[in-house]
Write a protein that binds this ligand. Sequence first.
Ligand code: DLL
Length: 447
Amino acid sequence: MYQPEIETMPQDRLRRLQDERLKRLVAYVHQRVPFYRERLAEAGVDPGRFAGLGDLPRLPFTRKQDLRDHYPFGLFAVPRERVIRVHASSGTTGKPTVVGYTRKDIGVFAEVNARSLAAAGARPGMMLHNAYGYGLFTGGLGVHYGGELLGLTVVPVSGGMTERQITLIQDFRPDVITATPSYLQTLAEEFKKRGVAPEAISLKIAIPGAEPWTEAIRRDIEEGLGVKAVNIYGLSEVIGPGVSQECVEGQAGSHIWEDHFLPEVVDPETGEPLPEGEKGVLVLTTLTKEALPLLRYWTGDITYLVREPCVCGRTHARMGPVLGRTDDMLIIRGVNVYPTQVEAVLEAIPEVAPHYQLVVRREGTLDEAVLRVEVSEPVFRRIAHEVLSDEVVEADHELCRIRDRVRSKIKDTIGVTMRVELLAPGEAPRSAGGKLRRVVDERNLTA
Ligand code: DLL
């Protein structure tokens, strides 16, 4: 562990630490951020009488829109001159969300990433191939500083230029790789195409994050690259990568570094806090940030919390995988659909691969959902063989059966009829280095 005394702190001590820090935070934002002064007044919270953790549900939520409304620097709690770095995340609409860091914030950012890398199994002296994007995106620089602090040799490759990535991995022989899960799949496929066996790849640990992924993708990455794959989670508004990290011992949920980030899971409709284990929206309060402290930030990510002790000995609560987002939930003919539900269905059908694209359009007044999914390699070879041996009818039957199976499983589990189109292996979109968009909504519903 990078900081064993903090990472294994008994939960009652951790609560006391959070309680003190939360009280200090409320006084701090009240004094320094006009937006929060107003919001706290509206909520009837007097910082002098704020009772700490027990009073947490009385604090107002902060949403992405609040950051947009105060674009670019309006929510900063320190003069711009004390901000030594900014990052930004590109929103789907309009202006990016801008975040800032004081020197101390950058220190915390490095610390939580050093902790995360160590929890993933990285050790001082190892080499890290960092393929998260460098630049305004927090992934590259966040992991980079953590790697240096832990004592790794960091190779700042950034995303993209797959050819060069492969060469560097083969020549430098790194132990650890950090990249989005979809890009790790792309790299695994490239190695396979070149006939490089997983055992011949030097990598031992992969740390996917920045977009949702599933157990099937974990298997893909672990088998394809010959590694253990452990999740890293984070978001720019709260700090960037390193808000939580799955430990390699447990591979069962990601430890939220609770001395810096106070987690809650709340009901997406009512905002009421939910008990441990129930699914809802993750809400995070930054306990130590100076430049951009946030009260109860509504991440939009759907997950659940686990407070049970972990096999690794860390006491910090774990979050489950991100199951969807309140805002990428699609409503198709009145039914709520999360892309991860589609993924789960596809994973249970061996004839197809979990590479897909979901296109939703409007036909007249009706929504039409088209699920384009790749058939698995063995199915593809069998069909190709049948076609070449002039058994076209058999091939056609088999494809029909697979399409029907996918369609009826989707209908049974999600409740929506989708048109299914089968693709050859490799035809669904792949990541070229960054986050991958698997869902295309062409309905333009705001127009
Ligand atoms: O993606 C920070 C990051 C960089 C995390 C590198 C991990 C690794 P944003 O661009 O602000 O920040 O996007 C944040 O991405 O609210 C989630 O919806 C999603 N996300 C991030 N990590 C995960 C993950 C970075 N491990 C948004 N699993 C978050 C699922 C994730 N979704």
